[in-house]
Design a protein around this ligand. Sequence first.
Ligand code: SF4
Ligand code: SF4
Length: 441
Amino acid sequence: MQTNFSLAQLADPHVAESEKILRKCVHCGFCTATCPTYVTLGNELDSPRGRIYLIKDMLENGRPADREIVTHIDRCLSCLACMTTCPSGVNYMHLVDHARAHIQETYKRPLLDRLIRAMLALVLPYPRRFRAALRLAKLGKPFIGLFDKVPALKPLGAMLKLAPASLPTVSPSASPGIHAGQGAKKGRVAILTGCAQSVLDPAINETTIALLTRLGVEVVVPPGEGCCGALVHHMGREQAALASARQNVDAWTRAIDQGGLDAIVITASGCGTTIKDYGFMLRLDPVYADKAARVSALAKDVTEYLAGLDLPEPVRKPGTVVAYHSACSMQHGQKITREPKELLAKAGFIVREPREGHLCCGSAGTYNILQSEISAKLRDRKVKNIEATGASIVATGNIGCITQIASAANLPVVHTVKLLDWAYGGPKPEGVLEKNLIAAE
Ligand code: SF4
Ligand code: SF4
């Protein structure tokens, strides 16, 4: 695509980066067919190509964001299906990240929208605040219908619907410490404790630590870790995202210096995509650029790490039919497609892939709160495809997808690592019934 930026504009490294990306786009439109919002809404401006044109126009003219561009960029899930489809290697992720930061800097949203976004940014990344908010949400549940009637308050209604009826207790696995591996040492890793996942389902990290240590891997929970920054990053709050990134880079750099790390294991693929991008996000920071690149190179999804280990024979041979839902951040963001399915199959599960596996389930960070109507359409489509597989259980590697799909599915949705742990001698995952685990005939 031809671009028309002035030399003065290109002196801004963010604009220069976006210009490079824009020039790669050849307008072919292949990406439209796999874009969930285009498939759902049928509007070119809600397709990757349409958004690319809007972003180009806004950046080239150096103008503030307006209502039209905000509408269409807000509707983008950042699912990155377009990047998987694009034959020209257009890095839509970095382009839309830049556009979101530009919107945050130049556009004044309506008051309620601003307040809701500020609240999400101040609550979700902090486990204590998030836990307190979920407790409060119980009191708000009777008012869901009321919130749903006022368009500007719909995000509050969506939030209340997603809030679980009960909360697990705080897990010791989130506290800093070292979990020694059993038997011959196979490796040493740090694990991201994260934010929302540690509140909604702390058993994911507990199970990961139990499985890895049983396999001989030492697991470190370094002091100072926090939210990866993805939630605020996708809201265009660049400085907050970079502050989170720097905090984690510091925590993991200390862990590397104090005993080395083979990997930084991440159990939420949404976080994995962002941490693998720290090197890019902090490339202009002379103090952090190298350290961040080192951290990104060490970041691995738990299934990616497990796939590199010499696994023993599973303790059980389940024969259970599992529908594997590949989170967008797993398949499009990190290009991890083989490992989770191969691990499940090796552990004795019969893996089925739902139709339209490339389409997002509609979770996408805060999307199911801020764009609840499109999100619900995508969720229902996803659940229908999952249920059509005839599986008795759903496995996936991202807490957002687990919460989203479980809110509408009639079968248990669990993190892949819990099924693996069960097959390799761990306890039956909570919420999964014996009948869900029986072998297929
Ligand atoms: S990230 Fe997803 S929703 Fe956004 S333009 Fe690309 S395919 Fe469409
Ligand atoms: S597929 Fe790639 S090159 Fe083609 S329009 Fe989409 S982003 Fe541009």
